[in-house]
Ligand binder design. Structure first.
Ligand code: NAG
Ligand code: NAG
Length: 183
């Protein structure tokens, strides 16, 4: 067969394959008009466990296990995120999700939460965090595994540092620096 016939045959095969899978279109990422960007976010996370209006509530408590690490405790959160550390500082969003005590030897949470932003053009956009957070360590790193809205395709990391904690109640204010690549 000549080269031209081969070329025609392969074109026919390509068209047939495309028609067979009309629900999906694939483009080389390089040719896409989307351009990667990097954003840094800085905010404070208010975890209120005590009082009449807690933003963090335990939803499951283990019947057995080492009490010192709270292993098995699951807490659901809708924690305000603010620009500054003060409770009345400008609200920029909420951390919605849960943290579960996942270690038997030290206090270490599995964080599964969305950082949902409500300010300006970021209103409605969110970052999904899934990681390990031992809250007594000075700085904790958690992966950002995805995002939505302006944060589509996001990946990156969050650094958390406890700014203030009341060991009696468990209330805490945590500083977050988040670095994400997105489009
Ligand atoms: C964010 O969006 C919601 C719903 O679209 C709207 O009700 C709210 O006023 C917006 N907030 C800000 C600060 O723009
Ligand atoms: C966040 O970044 C600020 C400014 O660079 C820095 O002062 C602070 O220590 C950082 N905190 C964390 C938890 O990374």
């Amino acid at each position: 067969m000549s080269a031209i016939v081969l070329l025609l045959l392969s074109l026919v095969a390509t068209v047939a394959a495309a028609a067979e899978h009309s629900f999906i279109t694939t483009t080389l990422a390089k040719k896409s008009t989307l351009k990667p960007k990097i954003s840094h976010l800085h905010f404070y996370f208010h975890d209120v466990v005590s009082g009449r209006n807690p933003t963090a509530v335990p939803v499951a408590k283990p019947l057995v296990g080492p009490a010192q690490s709270f292993f098995g405790l699951v807490t659901m959160i809708d924690d305000p995120l603010t620009e500054g550390p003060e409770a009345d500082s400008k609200r920029v969003g909420y951390a919605q999700g849960m943290y579960s005590s996942a270690s038997q030897t030290e206090v270490a949470f599995l964080m599964t939460m969305n950082l949902y932003f409500t300010e300006g053009k970021y209103n409605g956009s969110a970052l999904s965090v899934l990681g390990r957070n031992p809250p007594l360590h000075p700085v904790r790193e958690m992966p950002v595994v995805g995002g939505s809205g302006l944060f589509r395709f996001a990946r990156g990391y969050a650094l958390a540092h406890t700014h203030w904690i009341d060991f009696k109640t468990g209330d805490a204010i945590v500083e977050y620096n988040v670095t994400v690549m997105h489009y």
